[in-house]
Design a protein around this ligand. Structure first.
Ligand code: GDD
Ligand code: MN
Length: 361
């Protein structure tokens, strides 16, 4: 049976929420031709068993099991691409989203010429009771403000994880979606060449019943990266900006170590300079690993190998730097310009090569 509406539900350890959710969908969507597609990132709590049992029993329940990949946004994107339904909804598995909105959302798309309908926790008549804490609500409001700088529309809840759209809208943006973090709705708006015709519906964000939230500092960090990518990323890759900032900090670390060893510890210059270089490279590696490549963070033995490869890359980078600066200088450039050009070329080398060698896939 061809389905009109596909509901994409990302799951990560939601075992006890699946059956109640499907029961609620059955009730709300009776009379519609709908399917639900769960995209599970290799849950470890038995979610997959529950999903497969359901999917074997019923034609309109399917499971996409992803291994070795993580992330709410990319799960939703892959789910939407795995069905041919003309209307696509995204909603959480944890029963925080009010499923009774779905029929109204569908009507707005089908009969009212909207391209996307957003369920909002902050629109008129809405309530964000389920945000659980004042701190969480605060984070959400600040996030909204920042997010609307790039959606180009005054959405009351640009970070909502509950919305429905037409497939045509997905098709126009899908090649530009960044797919990282939690912020898929924002990404859709930011990637659309014009503001889509949208509508908002207020709802009461319920409290999570079973399981726990996966929104952590990693997710907030990825949100920052997405914002930076959508604003600055057109000109310079965000990773390069972070890498350059870390490098700048490294110069400070270098000078600090050099000064302390030379003047406070009385070590000879050559040794002080050598130690400062190693300390600065090590701290650059650690900072890049923690921030610039947070999503590919190396740990344990991988950290050690990464550090060694980073030393090697930087050593070659230093040679490149000196050679290029020398070449520019000998061609009559001012010493400062020659030094600057050498440093920039060396940094670009370090960035480009370490991206592949040290943090590559
Ligand atoms: N497949 C997959 N992979 N699913 C995930 C992942 C992941 O890496 N991380 C979370 N999920 C699923 C959860 O199982 C749940 O169904 C849904 O995504 C939302 O995750 P929660 O951990 O419950 O998020 P939340 O309630 O804290 O965040 C909600 O509010 C945010 C804004 O404040 C969500 O609606 C977000 O989408 C929204 O941005
Ligand atoms: Mn939740």
């Amino acid at each position: 049976m061809p389905y009109d509406l596909a509901i994409i539900v990302p799951t990560l350890n939601e075992r006890d929420n699946i059956e109640p959710l499907v029961a609620l969908l059955d009730r709300t969507l009776a009379g519609e031709r709908w399917q639900v597609l769960f995209v599970d990132d290799d849950s470890t709590d038995g979610t997959l068993d529950v999903l497969r049992r359901l999917a074997r029993d019923r034609a309109n329940v399917s499971v996409l099991h992803r291994v070795g990949r993580r992330g709410l946004s990319s799960a939703c994107i892959e789910g939407m691409l795995a069905t041919a339904a003309p209307y696509l909804a995204v909603m959480d598995a944890d029963l925080q989203h009010d499923e009774t909105l779905l029929p109204r959302m569908l009507t707005l798309l089908r009969d009212e010429d909207r391209e996307i309908v957003v369920a909002s926790r902050f629109a008129e008549g809405a309530s964000a009771a389920g945000l659980a804490s004042a701190r969480r609500e605060m984070v959400s409001r600040v996030g909204n403000f920042l997010a609307n700088r790039i959606t180009g529309a005054p959405l009351t809840d640009p970070l909502s994880g509950f919305f429905m759209l037409r497939r045509e809208l997905l098709d126009t943006v899908v090649h530009d979606l960044s797919g990282t973090g939690f912020k898929i709705l924002l990404d859709i708006f930011a990637s659309s060449p014009r503001v889509p015709r949208y509508a908002e519906l207020g709802f009461t964000f319920r409290e999570r019943q079973a399981g726990e939230s996966k929104l952590d500092s990693q997710v907030i960090w990825e949100f920052g990266m997405l914002l930076a990518d959508k604003t600055l990323g057109r000109w310079i890759p965000v990773r390069f900006i972070l890498f350059a900032l870390v490098g700048l900090l490294g110069v400070g670390v270098h000078l600090l170590v050099l000064g302390v060893m030379l003047h406070l510890a009385g070590v000879v210059f050559l040794w002080s300079q050598a130690t400062a270089t190693v300390v600065a490279m090590t701290s650059n590696f650690a900072l890049n690993n923690a921030f610039t490549y947070r999503d590919r963070r190396l740990r344990g033995l991988g950290f050690v190998w990464g550090l060694l490869s980073f030393y090697l890359v930087c050593a070659i980078g230093a040679v490149v730097n000196v050679e290029v600066a020398d070449l520019v200088y000998r061609n009559g450039a001012h010493w400062a310009l020659a030094g600057f050009v050498g440093a920039v070329v060396g940094s670009v080398w370090n960035f480009g090569v370490s991206a592949i060698v040290t943090w590559g896939p």
